[in-house]
Structures are given as C-alpha cells and as structure tokens.
Design a protein around this ligand. Structure first.
Ligand SMILES: Cc1ncc(COP(=O)(O)O)c(C=O)c1O
Length: 375
C-alpha cells in the first residue's frame, strides 16, 4: 500500500495541457499571458479588483506590509496560532509582532481579545499599526468585529488567506477582507503551483506598486535604473499556467475535501475524547485540512501516540500549528492570552485530507485512529 500524505498535490491532464501550452509558447519567464490571466482569475475568485502573482505567499505578505508602510518601531497584531511565515513577514519589514490567542469556537484570532487590547492600548497611546488575520486551515477568521475594531482604531488589516482560497465568510470570499490579502499555492495547499502566491487588493495603486517592487523595482528605462531596493518575487509563467488549471478544479477539490471531512466525522465523531475543529457557521470553509482534538484521558491515548500509530503504517499526520508564543523564535514577543491555542496544540492533530484520497484511504486512517485508542 502506498504512503498516504497529509495534503499532496492533486494534478491531472488539465494541468499537463496548460503547462505544455506555456512551455511551447516559450514564455518561460516571470511574466507572460498565463501570469496575467491567473491574476485576473484569482482576483475574480476573491471578489477583489486587482492581483499580483508572487513566488510565494510569504513574499506576498512581505510586499503587503512593506506597501502599507509598516516599518521599524511598528507593532502588528498577529494570531499566535498560525504558520511562522505570518509573523516572519512582520520582522522582514522591521516591525514587531504582538501575538494574540485564538477563540475556542473558531480556532481563529479572538475578536474580543483584539478589541479589548485595542481599547486598552488606545488609552495608553500605544496602538499597533496593523492586524494580520489568518483564515486558519481553510476557515475564515470572524471578521465582523475585527473589521469594526480596526476601523475604529485606525489599523490596517492584511488577510493571510494562504490556506483558504475558495472559503467564504457570510457571502464574502476569503481574500476580500482588509487593505490587502494573500494566497499561497505552496505544494501542500488545496490548489498548488508547486510554489507560488498572490497578493490581492481593491487598491490599483497598491497592486501596481507590488508588481514594481516584486520585479527588482526596475524603473521604465531601457537600461537598468533603480531608485529603491526591490525584490525578485514574481511568479513564473510556467507556474501560473499550472495555477490556472488548478483553479478550474478548485470547486471540485473543495467538494472532495468536504466529503473527506464528513467521512472522518462519521468514522471518528462518536469516539470518546475525539472532537473536531469547530465549523464556525458564519461561512463555508474550503476544508483544506481536517483537524481533530484528542483528549488523552477520555480517548485512552494521546495525540503523539495516535500520530506514531499512523506513521507506523505509512500515514502522514501532523500536530496542529505550534503557537508562535511557544516558539523559541518569538520567546521575547508580547502575547495576549495564549492558553486556548496552547491547548489546541497539545491535543490537536491534522489528518490526511488531500483531494485525491479515496474513501478506502480515509477508512484506513479512521481504523488506525480508532484502534490506537486501545493500544
Ligand atoms: C497561514 C500561512 N501563511 C503563510 C504561508 C506561507 O505561504 P508560502 O509557503 O507560499 O510562502 C502559509 C503556508 O505555507 C500559511 O499556511
């Protein structure tokens, strides 16, 4: 039996033909017709007007913060429960991440904690400059109060929708919140270009400047003229072609990941000590990863025991994100709360969720997890 991975790429004939088209056109560069088309198509999907394709989601985050003028001395609220790239982007521009706990009911950043913190800091005259929201494991953050609070206290919002293309919050798509939002097309995401990302925004100016900065900030002269330090952050036309084919299959991939989530709920939901990442109910996730919590006392074994039982039969699973306030890298960072996401980390496991998984694969995972309760 072959190894079951956590979230491997799911590609087919469509991807092959788009890639061949790019190859045969000889647009094998970080520009070309597929880059332009991919930008339009992703912007449309995110319900925004403009997009700039980048070499990674991290690059898009870096550009967004730089273009909003976040710099040395500026504090930025960041959820503690996320992948490290979210906070790294703040340090790239010289800013300081302030880490905020999750809400138990969504696992995304806690809007009440954010609001109280802003109220308190406003009194002290120490407001942060921005909030980065994270649409976690494919579920949007709880935006209503976050948007209201940031508007009231004058913070920019950057939406880290790296994991969430295709998700919605009420009727708004992931990627439509904040001054700018980013997607990732890294190899483990619901759609992939192997490596890539996108910055999206309703500001034509911000996206124009993102394109400029991401191509070494080259000025419009025949020779190479530069007035500021740019980056080499553009997406290749070959990869954009792959991304376009993947985007055509996004709805089908969401349906499949949702069905996998449902199979896990049917197979594991009744077991004592197993619970699932809450479905917030304010929108539709894209079901990127199905995550469970394992209560060792009720279940009879802990998260690590279950993970190792899966690994022994060649099934990949992963602990949920280790909160940033528990990472040596951010040991000095200020943290607001922290208990909720620390508990999710202690008990959380991400199960294989790839859209190419068969029902039998899911059944294998369910059987090993169920059996590991007793062994
Ligand atoms: C929440 C989050 N933010 C940012 C990133 C960074 O994206 P990339 O790997 O494309 O740089 C990822 C994933 O990799 C992510 O999960």
């Amino acid at each position: 039996m072959s190894r079951i991975y956590l979230s491997p790429p799911d590609v087919g004939e469509k991807e092959r033909s788009f890639l061949l088209d790019a190859f045969e056109s000889n647009w094998i560069a970080p520009l070309g017709p597929h880059v332009d088309a991919f930008e339009h198509e992703v912007a449309r999907r995110a319900g925004v007007s403009y997009a700039a394709a980048t070499s990674s989601g991290t690059a898009a985050l870096h550009l967004a913060l730089a273009l909003l003028g976040i710099g040395p001395g500026d504090e930025v609220l960041v959820p503690s429960f996320t992948f490290v790239a979210t906070a790294n982007a703040v340090t790239y521009v010289g800013g300081t991440p302030v880490l905020v706990d999750s809400s138990e009911s969504t696992w995304t950043v806690d809007p009440d904690l954010v609001r109280n913190e802003l109220k308190d800091r406003s009194r002290k005259g120490r407001l942060p400059k921005a909030l980065i929201t994270v649409d976690l494991y494919g579920q949007c953050a709880d935006y209503d109060l976050l948007v209201e609070s940031c508007a009231e206290y004058g913070l920019f919002i950057v939406e880290d929708a790296a994991e969430a293309i295709g998700a919605t919050y009420h009727s708004s798509p992931a990627g439509s919140f904040g001054e700018a939002a980013v997607f990732s097309f890294n190899g483990n995401k619901i759609i992939t270009t192997g490596g890539g990302g996108m910055l999206v925004s309703n500001s034509a100016d911000l996206v124009d400047r993102a394109r400029h900065l991401s191509t070494q900030a080259r000025e419009p002269f025949v020779h190479y003229e530069h007035v500021e330090a740019g980056f080499n952050y553009r997406l290749s036309n070959l990869l954009a072609a792959l991304g376009r084919a993947q985007l055509l299959g996004l709805d089908q991939k969401i349906r499949r990941r949702r069905a996998i989530n449902e199979l896990y709920r049917q197979g594991l939901g009744e077991l004592p000590g197993i619970s699932f990442m809450p479905h917030a109910g304010y929108g539709n996730p894209n079901y990127w990863l199905t995550c469970i919590l394992i209560d060792p006392l009720e279940f009879g074994s802990d998260r690590e025991h279950v993970r190792l039982a899966l690994e022994r039969v060649d099934i990949e699973s992963r602990p949920t994100w280790k909160p940033l306030h528990l990472q040596p890298l951010f040991a000095q960072a200020e943290v607001i709360g922290g208990r909720v996401c620390a508990e999710i980390f202690a008990r959380g496991l991400c199960l294989p969720s790839g859209s190419a998984m068969s029902d039998d694969d899911v059944e294998r995972v369910v059987e090993i997890v169920s059996r590991s309760a007793r062994t």
